[in-house]
Each structure stands twice: as structure tokens, then as C-alpha cells.
Design a protein around this ligand. Structure first.
Ligand code: PML
Length: 255
């Protein structure tokens, strides 16, 4: 048996009552790990660079081991950029190489850049024309029930690349789960942490591509856009992202 441990934190009350999103986290923990996982999440929410949370929700739920799928981590690569404009150009090029129509990539990127405040979850948009496909509004679709912290091979892969920071390991795990979802063509993300400007484009076709400078330092605006194929079943995509438990392990492609 595993336990899905999930945290979401906001300032100014609960998210559903208009609180500003501060932080979220996900683990699939063994019984021995549950308490430490929950404590680490609470600590993260209390001392987050986005502000002081006054609402912290921690949910712990049993997950049957037999329901958990094991997914190999996307291979990590990078593009370089020296300005936000150049970085966003690189992101559009990577999205296009992954199979997103260029106009849809630009439209999706502009949706993310135009958010008035950080979203808790992700927007689903069409990879053909960039139209919004989900109806979750400002809440977005939250990717849940995944973990990669228990795989020593994956941790070593990240350590060799200097990626054991507060963002990249969880982002790679989330992006790997998203890319394993039937119907997903690519993802674009940059963090809502004002001190972290590196983001990524991830895709089943090309892996996890890190891009520096995707936003200005000091900005607390960030989030995720998932680009879906025209044939994607949006309800099935939401179900998979929100409920399918996934353990991410080092894959053959992550050499
Ligand atoms: C987030 O924290 O929400 C996104 C983190 C992006 C990490 C990009 C990277 O460094 O690989």
C-alpha cells in the first residue's frame, strides 16, 4: 500500500474562497515515509518565497500498489537563452519541434504570460490552434499522485546534472507523468517562484528541455500549459492526470 500525500497552501484563506496560491506538493509515500513527507510539505508551505500561507491543506489517502504504473523519466536536455524574449522564442521552437502548431504554441505561451496570478493547476489547450479545452478556469487541472523520490537511479541522474534543487526533480516527475498521458503533445511551464526563472518544454517526442530566463526575476507569475492532440479525450486526460498513480523511475533514455 502507498499513501498519496498532497499539500496545497494559500494566503488570504482557502483557494476556493479567493486565497492566493502559495505552494503545492505531491508524494506517493510508504507507510514509514508518510509522516516525514507531510511535515516537509507543511514546512515548505510555511516558509515559501511566494509568501506566508495562512491556509494549508494536507490530504493523505491510501493507494493500492497494484494500481500504480511505473513510468521512465523523460531524458533531460537544455536550450540556452540570455533574455526572456529569446527564451520564449526557444520555447516556441521546442513546442513546434514536439508537434504543436507554431501559432498554437505562441497562443498557449501568451495565455501563460498573460495570467493575472499564478494558477494552482494547468490549462489544457489545443495543439492545433491554442484554444482552451478545459473548463476549470483559474483553478486549472491539478496533476496528482506521482513521485520519483524513491528511485535511486533517478536521484543519481539528477545529481550528476546538478539538478537536485527545490524545483527540477518535482518538475521532471510531473512532466514525465503528463507526457505519459495519452493525447498530450507537449507541456510548457515556468515557475511561480519569484526567485526561479528556468522553465521547460516537455514532450513524449523530445523529452524534458530546460530553458533559462523564461520570465523576469522577481515575478511571481507562472504556471503550466498542456497542449493536447485534436483526437484527445479531454475528460480521460483530466482523469489520468488527477487520479492515475505514477512512480517515475530512471529510464533507458535517461543515460
Ligand atoms: C515549478 O516549480 O512549478 C516549476 C519548476 C520548473 C523547473 C525547471 C527546471 O529547473 O528544470
Amino acid at each position: 500500500m502507498y499513501y498519496s500525500v498532497r499539500m496545497r497552501a494559500a494566503e488570504g484563506g482557502p483557494h476556493e474562497q479567493g486565497g492566493r496560491h502559495i505552494s503545492g506538493a505531491e508524494r506517493l509515500a510508504s507507510v514509514e515515509e508518510v509522516e516525514a513527507a507531510a511535515a516537509a510539505m507543511i514546512r515548505r508551505a510555511l516558509f515559501h518565497p511566494r509568501g506566508a500561507a495562512d491556509f494549508i491543506n494536507v490530504q493523505i489517502e491510501c493507494v493500492d500498489k497494484a494500481a500504480v504504473s511505473e513510468v521512465p523519466a523523460l531524458p533531460v536536455s537544455s536550450r540556452s537563452a540570455a533574455s526572456v524574449a529569446a527564451a520564449r522564442g526557444e520555447a516556441v521552437a521546442e513546442l513546434a519541434a514536439a508537434g504543436v502548431a507554431e501559432a498554437a504554441a505562441v497562443r498557449g505561451l501568451n495565455r501563460l504570460a498573460g495570467l493575472a496570478e499564478a494558477m494552482r493547476g494547468a490549462m489544457l489547450v489545443s495543439a492545433a490552434d491554442g484554444a482552451r479545452l478545459d473548463s476549470s478556469g483559474l483553478r486549472g487541472v491539478r496533476v496528482s499522485r506521482m513521485d520519483g523520490s524513491g528511485d535511486p537511479g533517478l536521484q543519481a541522474y539528477l545529481a550528476e546534472r546538478g539538478l537536485l534543487n527545490d524545483h527540477a526533480p518535482e518538475a521532471l516527475v510531473l512532466a514525465t507523468k503528463v507526457a505519459s498521458c495519452p493525447g498530450v503533445v507537449a507541456e510548457l511551464c515556468w515557475s511561480d517562484d519569484p526567485g526561479y526563472t528556468t522553465g521547460y518544454v516537455a514532450s513524449p517526442a523530445r523529452g524534458y528541455c530546460r530553458i533559462p530566463c523564461l520570465k523576469e526575476a522577481g515575478s511571481d507569475q507562472g504556471g503550466r500549459v498542456f497542449f493536447l492532440a485534436e483526437t484527445a479525450d479531454v475528460s480521460a486526460v483530466c482523469r489520468y492526470l488527477e487520479t492515475q498513480p505514477v512512480k517515475v523511475v530512471k529510464g533507458a533514455a535517461s543515460k
